[in-house]
Design a protein around this ligand. Sequence first.
Ligand code: NAG
Ligand code: NAG
Ligand code: NAG
Length: 482
Amino acid sequence: MSFVLYTYRKCTPKATQILLICATWFCSAGGLTPLTNDSPRLAYYFGTKSRYEEINPFLLTNPLLVTRKQDLLPNTCTPLQIVSVIRHGTRYPTKKQIMKLKKMYSLIQKSESKSELVQDLQSWDMWYDDWMDGQLVKKGEEDMKNLAHRLASLFPSLFTVDKFQKCNMSFITSSKHRCVDSTKAFINGLAHGYFRLPHPPEDELIGVTCREPVVNDTLMRFFDHCEKFVVQVEDNEKAMHEVDTFKKGPEMSKVLRKISTLLSVPEQELNADLIQVAFFTCSFELAINNIVNSPWCSLFDEEDAKVLEYLNDLKQYWKRGYGFDINSRSSCNLFQHIFQHLDTAVSESKRSQQISTPVVMQFGHAETLLPLLALMGLFKDEKPLTADSFATQNEHKFRSGRIVPYASNLVFVLYHCDLAESPKEEYQVQVLLNENLLPLPHSNQSVCLFDDLKKQYSHLLHSCHVKEECELTQVHTSEDEL
Ligand SMILES: *[C@@H]1O[C@H](CO)[C@@H](O)[C@H](O)[C@H]1NC(C)=O
Ligand SMILES: *[C@@H]1O[C@H](CO)[C@@H](O)[C@H](O)[C@H]1NC(C)=O
Ligand SMILES: *[C@@H]1O[C@H](CO)[C@@H](O)[C@H](O)[C@H]1NC(C)=O
């Protein structure tokens, strides 16, 4: 196959056309296609528990394959810096999920049904245990090592041994185990996979801290530090009203009745959370152990899966996405931080200096990425996702499985471009999500002049101050006082 190097210059309509062609190509080449033969049919609906391979299915056959070289800018443009926000790799269920699974499993144990499915489930080995509590699994380490390898192959001039050894790469992480371990796996993947550096003797490691994860929760878990978010959304039961309504609504009730019949477990002993954990178990068995035909998956058909995907997306929408402004506003710091890196690199470049930190990798959660993407106005549906819009929102854009699967990554690449005519140079930024071009809302393009990008987002860069955004304003309602 021969690839054409598209020239992106400014955000002109002509470039838009080129990009649309390109975007169409990438959609048909895997970006948004439903399923390949390699993917079990339910896997498309696993939401935040989706494998990265569901988005880039060619990775199932070759996890190191880089197919996006054709999206790079022409030779007159040189990458100066890459700044990324990366979700941790595949993980175990959390303690809470394991608790619910144990409950569901014990209900099935009591079932007197003699069906093959129930017997398969009864003899299924309940191997999940409390200690696992959301930790990174082996596959999750592989996710990160392979991602490191692919990103480095995509930008070899940025990921050099020299820059790595001279401490010019920055690795920041959330304090959660799975994120710290993801960062370590990423660094290992670079050092020993991509650079093929030997494992150094112990003593050489002493004192070298720059190639280790640096924990910064203010940046990567901004949601914990935003009081307004915590009080009004996280700890506010009423905030999840749409989710709770959907759990009791007709679509979920239908799935619940079906599962109740299949399992011969009384309806009143089941609830939406238990149904959901059964569905998650189907996803965990696939993501963690590569088990394609787990009996947990046999409980569901594609219609059920759509309902459960919607339940997952609805929760993300209200808790992390467009549901409440504070969800995304709380990520302003991280957004500004990204632009500070780019700004620094541009000014260093203008002074003909080497870029001090050409590689910035920041590891967090789906809960880190979703608010940031919402802040940028991406994947916004015209109408809000609500409990009663399952039928009308079947094409919704805010689809977490497409946006934030395990190991999902948002990447900003800063380029310096030499021009034939005046001005002799310009700086461009290309945005990728999960290694695919990400068209930005204002232009539908994934490449933009850095200055234009800053103008587009000037309200976020200049008028979003997290300290004020997150401050709880004292509201004295008259009802309270009466
Ligand atoms: C986290 O990063 C922010 C932004 O760079 C910085 O201001 C803050 O000091 C860092 N916090 C820690 C604990 O390093
Ligand atoms: C690379 O990082 C080191 C340590 O932070 C710094 O001293 C050096 O100036 C950086 N290199 C460049 C080219 O800026
Ligand atoms: C981007 O593309 C979509 C779909 O093709 C279109 O509906 C929308 O109007 C475009 N937006 C801009 C700003 O060009």
